[in-house]
Design a binder for this molecule. Structure first.
Ligand code: F6P
Length: 483
């Protein structure tokens, strides 16, 4: 067993989905690691410091119980506690599918035509946030670190339960401009919930600015953008841009592993293409997968000399399966793949698009990064995009080109990428051509610049920056104390 030091006793992390799911199998609880940006970013801090992670672990319970297992995690070599929160079927439908994924998700990605504002969704969101806050408060920690749009009301609820609590919040998705956010009928309440925090952090300076502008629409707050500060009702709230980083060492290690390199060679050989374009995304309408496939068709039409020589390998990671729109998207992607392959597979050479619908483990992910000539991260809107960072760090060989959407948060940092507008097939096709024809020295220079930026702000930098700010609040240097 491990013992908790003083620092480990301090921290509770709260998020809808954590790093583990739990399943019951023959009266035993089986834990399984989840994949996802939030989990991989947040878990290292709990590994380093211990603490408790309060999250929903994928189990539905209709018995009226609000919580499930309390486990020491990871199994076999425990470093922190996991407190499972239960959702009922109604909550899963109205809170997770409803308010989170049919209101806030499309709204924040500026896809308002996909929003559905049902009062039942909002009611469930409030109830589930109250449940998370209640369970979190029982851990009696010094610092509460709340994550993402699922739990925006939790900071204020915690503040109401304990005025002296230190509360940090990280918003992992885009934060839209105020004229979009204000479409939400319960926008004021959501902002009020967030303002219970001492620190609110976003991926980019643009999201911070959008947040300031939105707060100003609802509350008579005094806002100091240069200091990243809001003063409201005798409280001070720090608002900062701290983009999530990755575990660079782990990706470089995998990229140097002979087995991973051999697998990359095997992937290249099996695709039988001179050049490989790669897309790896969760199957989500924000990621621009159909638009990318259409741009590929445009590319082959406009530059027929590439037919039979270039393949787009699109990996789509299954996500939010129970939501109708995600099923519709999957069908659309599969139809488009069939269509483009039917139309442009004229030479018995490389197939225009190869498509896999599955998730990859890290070694397989890095093998794919190494196999590719170009990575296409052409999201219509994306909070940050860690795949772009993982690709650049994995290319220790100095080869490969990153084509990046200006609408992904990562574009604010990753200046070595080729920017391409995913909404304009002709533009995207031209950038694909430019990427395929980029001289090796330019590839190397761009990758070096990308790798420097990414290494300067790795995952450790990210959580340390967040916690350093929070700890300065605890130790009384508090920019958030009343004044
Ligand atoms: O921040 C976006 C996010 O909610 C991440 O936490 C997660 O990795 C991803 O979207 C997938 O979401 P879900 O938890 O709904 O599967």
């Amino acid at each position: 067993m491990y013992s908790y030091g003083r620092s480990s006793a301090q921290l509770a992390v709260v998020s809808n989905r954590g790093a583990y799911t739990i399943q019951e199998s023959y009266d035993r609880l089986v834990t399984r690691r989840t994949v996802g940006g939030l989990a991989s970013a947040v878990e290292p801090v709990l590994h380093a410091q211990g603490g408790t992670w309060i999250s929903w672990c994928g189990r539905i319970d209709n018995s009226g119980k609000d919580r499930g297992a309390k486990l020491s995690i990871p199994p076999g070599e425990p470093r922190y506690h996991l407190q499972e929160v239960f959702l009922s079927t109604e909550e899963h439908d109205n809170y997770y599918h409803g308010f989170c994924n049919a209101c806030l998700w499309p709204l924040c990605h500026q896809m308002t035509e996909r929003c559905s504002f049902e009062k039942a969704y909002w009611d469930a969101y409030r109830r589930v946030n109250q449940k998370f806050a209640r369970i979190t408060m029982e851990t009696r920690k010094e610092i509460y670190w709340v994550h993402d749009f699922h739990l925006a009301l939790v900071p204020q609820l915690l503040r109401n339960m304990s005025g002296s609590a230190t509360i940090a919040f990280f918003w992992h998705i885009p934060f839209p401009p105020p004229d979009i956010f204000q479409i939400l009928p319960w926008g004021r309440q959501v902002i009020y919930g967030l303002l219970g925090s001492d620190l609110i952090a976003f991926h980019t300076a643009r999201y911070v600015q959008n947040f300031f502008d939105t707060v100003a629409c609802y509350y008579p707050a005094r806002i100091y953008p240069e200091q990243g500060l809001i003063r409201l009702h005798n409280r001070r709230i720090l608002v900062q841009a701290i983009p999530v980083g990755i575990n660079c060492h782990r990706f470089e290690q995998l990229a140097a592993d002979p087995a991973v390199r051999a697998r990359a060679e095997e992937i290249r050989r099996s695709l039988g293409a001179e050049k490989i374009l790669l897309g790896i995304d969760r199957m989500d309408y924000t990621k621009g997968i159909p638009e990318r496939i259409r741009a590929m068709a445009y590319f082959l039409e406009k530059y027929p000399e590439y037919c039979g020589r270039v393949t787009l390998l699109q990996i789509a990671v299954p996500s939010r399966n129970g939501i109708g729109e995600y099923g519709v998207l999957k069908q659309e992607v599969e139809r488009l793949v069939g269509e483009i392959n039917g139309r442009y597979d004229r030479t018995y050479g490389a197939v225009p698009v190869r498509y896999r619908y599955q998730s990859l483990d890290q070694a397989e992910l890095v093998a794919h990064y190494l196999a590719a000539d170009v990575l296409l991260v052409t999201a219509l809107r994306d909070g940050l995009n860690l795949v772009a960072k993982e690709f650049a760090i994995s290319r220790i060989d100095g080869k490969g080109v990153l084509v990046l959407s200006p609408f992904a948060g990562a574009a604010e940092e990753l200046h070595g990428a080729l920017l391409a507008n995913p909404f304009e097939p002709a533009h995207l096709a031209a950038k694909i051509k430019m990427a395929l024809e980029m001289p090796p020295q330019e590839q190397k220079n761009r990758l070096e610049s990308l790798r420097r930026t990414i290494k300067n702000r790795d995952v450790r930098w990210w959580w340390q920056s967040n916690l350093k700010l929070v700890k300065s609040l605890v130790s009384g240097l508090s920019p958030a104390s009343t004044s």
